[in-house]
Design a protein. Structure first.
Length: 77
């Protein structure tokens, strides 16, 4: 795959490499892609949390104390 950054992106990466934050252009791109992946994970996790809160609002959740007591009772048995 061949990636062609815009002139602005190229300048930004050049500044980052010249400031010794990264050793190579490739290292800067790798970091950017990891951050993009992390951002996607954050968005997906937020959506899951929103869905879970919606379930709780509809009364579909489980009481945490009840669940803990059930787990403890299983270990005691």
């Amino acid at each position: 795959m061949n990636i062609k950054p815009t002139p602005e992106q190229e300048k930004f990466i050049e500044v980052q490499v010249n400031s010794e934050k990264f050793v190579t252009f490739e290292e800067a791109i790798d970091k950017a892609l990891k951050l993009l992946e992390y951002q996607q994970w954050i968005e997906e996790t937020g959506e899951k949390i929103d869905a879970d809160f919606a379930e709780l609002d509809r009364g579909e959740g489980l009481d945490g104390e009840v669940v803990i007591m059930e787990i403890l009772n299983r270990f005691k048995a």
